[in-house]
Design a protein around this ligand. Structure first.
Ligand SMILES: [Ca+2]
Length: 414
């Protein structure tokens, strides 16, 4: 039988913003369950849920503090189970977002790890001695700022490829790997249909911890030693073999790259089923020639067992209707892109709200901004001597709140 996902249309639900079932202003499982008939009518076959595990939400749930618990904001485990059962009753598959690369600094594993150098969980994370009183190397995080934070208590630095509250797990440690496989087993046995693997090409960092080179021309660090490291494909193959040992499970990976030659190494038989195609999805403006070119290149580069993904929006990027806006032609743009997503070769991922033409939110006051990436950009701009207004513009440009506004279920204003 052909894999179900090859003909599926996925729909990404950003947990806090989709549907609030209990009136506290935060989306939850009761709310999502109440909209399953709507989703069925829309014609989608699969739901991708962003993280709903217990989390302090420094990065809106991508900083998990307990992988085995539903965050109380989103409901209870029972609410999750009812949602899953009701989705399956409507022949809708459910894949869940899982963050294998890092945990929240509030996770008890990290609390134990940082408590002393001899704690059994010390090696679950990446700790290094200072070098001449400074960070062990020049790595900067993928959210700006240094990737190392000094921990007073034990006098060492810990590594975080994203925000400092998202500490990287040490995937060279077999105990870490075994525990994260246990996490996946837990949810597979609850009946989920697969995973969306967050920043999956970051799982391994180099063993040498050399300085990253600097690109003088663009004034940016080249991330040579902190992603796509040797051994990463073997780990991904192990994850794929494990997940596919359960029948009909699906894996989509977020490989942080726009380079098709890199992306194609991660998907296909024995690997991830598909990866997010940022070479197409991240296109900054409506350039039909370029879109056509990317689709053609994927067709040539991909072998028979490889399929691209088709999306132009997500919780990490500007909504495409705003991004591609041609004044007065928003409806045409929305229809054009939707037609392309639903007819070109590949697995489409609709981002909630695209079907009703939702546009970017513009934040007019920094106190209303939730996204850590926007807040970091705001503070860096102020430190660089920019005005309040310029810093806010910078935050809106770099922040991700713009595409995370509540689903517009009605025309009511609040
Ligand atoms: Ca709620």
């Amino acid at each position: 039988m052909e894999d179900w996902w090859k003909k599926a249309v996925f729909y990404e639900i950003y947990m806090p913003s989709f549907c609030d079932g209990n009136g506290d202003g935060i989306g939850d499982f009761i709310g999502i369950t109440s909209k399953l008939d709507y989703l069925k009518k829309l014609g989608i076959n699969g739901i991708w849920l962003t993280p709903f595990y217990r989390s302090p939400k420094v990065d809106n749930g991508y900083d998990i503090s307990d992988y085995y618990t539903v965050d109380p904001d989103y409901g209870t485990m029972k609410d999750f189970e009812i949602f899953l059962m009701e989705a399956h009753a409507r022949n809708i598959k459910v894949i869940i977002d899982i963050v294998l690369n890092h945990t929240s600094t509030e996770h008890r594993w990290f609390q134990e790890s940082r408590s002393s150098k001899v704690n059994p969980k010390r090696e679950w994370y990446i700790w290094r001695d200072p070098v001449n009183g400074n960070a062990p190397n020049n790595w900067i995080s993928f959210m700006e700022g240094p990737a190392w934070t000094f921990d007073e208590k034990t006098g060492q630095f810990f590594y975080h490829s994203f925000a400092e509250q998202q500490v990287d797990l040490n995937w060279t440690n077999p105990e870490v790997k075994a525990e994260m496989f246990r996490v996946m087993r837990f949810w597979l046995e609850k009946g989920v249909d697969g995973f969306r693997l967050d920043v999956i090409n970051h799982l391994k960092v180099t063993v040498r911890f050399d300085d990253n080179p600097w690109d003088e021309e663009v004034g940016e660090q080249i991330h040579c030693y902190d992603k796509n490291q040797e051994g990463i494909l073997e780990v991904i193959e192990e994850i794929a073999a494990f997940v596919h040992s359960y029948p009909d499970k699906f894996l989509v990976g977020e490989v942080s790259s726009e380079d098709l030659n890199e992306l194609k190494n991660y998907c296909g038989k024995g690997k991830l089923d598909v990866v997010f195609q940022f070479n197409l999805g991240s296109i900054p403006e409506l350039d039909v020639e370029k879109i056509y070119q990317q689709i053609k290149e994927m067709d040539i580069a991909y072998k028979e067992d490889q399929l691209p993904t088709l999306f132009f929006g997500s919780h990490d990027m500007s909504r495409f209707i705003t991004r591609f806006a041609v004044d007065g032609k928003e409806e045409e743009v929305a229809k054009l892109i939707s037609t392309l997503m639903l007819t070109a070769k590949g697995v489409p991922f609709i981002y909630y709200g695209e079907e009703i033409g939702m546009r970017d939110l513009v934040i007019d006051d920094i106190s209303k901004m939730k996204d850590v990436q926007g807040l970091i950009a705001y503070h860096l701009a102020l430190e660089a001597g920019k005005t309040e207004k310029e810093a806010l513009d910078e935050a809106n440009r770099n922040g991700r709140d713009r595409s995370r506004s509540p689903m517009q279920w009605s025309q009511t204003t609040y």
